[in-house]
Design a binder for this molecule. Structure first.
Ligand code: CMP
Length: 376
């Protein structure tokens, strides 16, 4: 039987590009639909474009549903968030037209097509996770916001209400002033006139700065913590693949992983240059480097390390090291190196042994086993 294969990557990317081109075209046509002059001159063409976009988005839903069921995607597309974003772009326009909403208004629901772009923003999932993790502090700040808002609204209503009944005569009006003041937006459509009212305004504005400062601080700290967590997991994964570090226990791996900085380096980049001072050593997480030693350069692959000579003897770099392909390095700075080797003398000793082995004349050295033997 001729089995259907999933689409290849280039075709998938081309389809994605086409989808976003259709999206932009649809949004431009939607805007044109709201302009009476353009609608009168080219209403038919605009409608055709809009209907074509809608039909293509509907076809996309059908194709994705079929594909998901055929290839057994988990969760199935009809139960995923993407499905709802896609459906919400297709259903409202025909429903509004059937309900008798004028076309220029009904097609405004086409603005929901923009939700398709959320798939392009990986940071959104990260933001969702941070909001979930920091829900308690964020909720506390929100509560402070609401408390100040309500108290300021009531106070403004009591003080300013009799003076400016059209702006502060009821609580909703005063709350509107409190929101624009607390968010430090200050439209200027409602301004206290009494001295006490202005004093309340000043306090509310200062509270607003504090509340938004707190929100920003919580979110920024959450982003930083999440970034560190993700870095840790990625680095951990790479560290456990370095044979030389296999002798470390879990606590040692955690300690070292926290010390390492990851760096992705392009092909043919000089990582260390012969004769320069060295203040760090490198573990190769992925990729390959070439140590330019005479007479034959030596290649070190994933799981190996280099740059230890300069840290062990305090001398300059003994050789230039260049990446031969895109490479991921884990960098251990000299201060961390000293602290770590002081706490793990066996590993320090193994490093010395390996360095001594590498310094031997080339004919005696078996580079294929670089580092492995020394660590055992
Ligand atoms: P360092 O001298 O700090 O910087 C260059 C690095 O290349 C060096 O540390 C070693 O890690 C590495 N290197 C130098 N000579 C050899 C060799 N013969 N075999 C493997 N690695 C080497």
């Amino acid at each position: 039987m001729n089995r259907i294969q999933p689409l290849g990557r280039p075709l998938r990317e081309a389809l994605h590009l086409a989808k976003y081109a259709v999206l932009v075209m649809g949004l431009v046509a939607m805007a044109a639909m709201t302009m009476p002059g353009l609608r009168a001159a080219a209403g038919g063409a605009i409608s055709l474009i809009l209907w074509t976009c809608l039909a293509l988005f509907a076809a996309e839903i059908v194709a994705k549903t079929w594909q998901s069921l055929h290839f057994g995607h988990q969760p199935p597309y009809p139960f995923s968030g993407t499905f709802w974003f896609d459906a919400v772009g297709v259903v409202p326009v025909p429903v509004a037209l059937l309900a008798g909403v004028p076309p220029e208004k009904a097609w405004l629901f086409g603005s929901l097509w923009i939700l398709k772009l959320t798939a392009l923003v990986p940071g959104l999932a990260l933001l969702g996770r941070i909001i979930k993790l920091e829900a308690r502090p964020l909720a506390s700040v929100l509560l402070i916001f609401l408390t100040v808002l309500l108290l300021a609204g009531v106070a403004a209503h009591l003080i300013e209400g009799p003076v400016q009944p059209d702006k502060f005569g009821n609580l909703p009006l005063s709350l509107w002033w409190a929101v624009t003041t607390l968010t430090t937006t200050g439209y200027g459509d409602a301004v206290p006139e009494t001295y006490v009212g202005r004093l309340i305004g000043a306090v509310v504005m200062i509270c607003g700065l504090g509340v938004f400062g707190l929100w920003t601080g919580i979110l920024a700290t959450g982003f930083a913590a999440e970034h560190r967590r993700r870095e840790f997991i990625r680095n951990w994964d790479l560290v456990t693949r370095v044979p030389f570090l296999r002798s470390l226990d879990a606590a040692g791996v955690i300690e070292l992983t926290r010390m390492l900085r990851r760096q992705d380096i392009a092909e043919r980049s000089v990582v260390v240059r012969r004769g320069r001072d060295g203040d760090c050593m490198f573990f190769i997480g992925a990729g390959e480097v070439e140590v330019q030693v005479e007479p034959t350069p030596i290649r070190l692959g994933a799981g190996s390390f280099f740059g230890e000579f300069a840290l062990l003897d305090g001398g300059p770099r003994s050789a230039t090291v260049v990446t031969t392909m895109p490479t991921t390095l884990l960098i251990l700075d000299v201060t961390d190196f000293r602290a770590f080797t002081a706490g793990h003398p066996k590993l320090a000793q193994a490093l010395e042994v390996e360095a001594a082995r590498r310094r031997q004349p080339v004919k005696d050295v078996d580079h294929s086993a670089a580092g492995d033997a020394a660590a055992q």
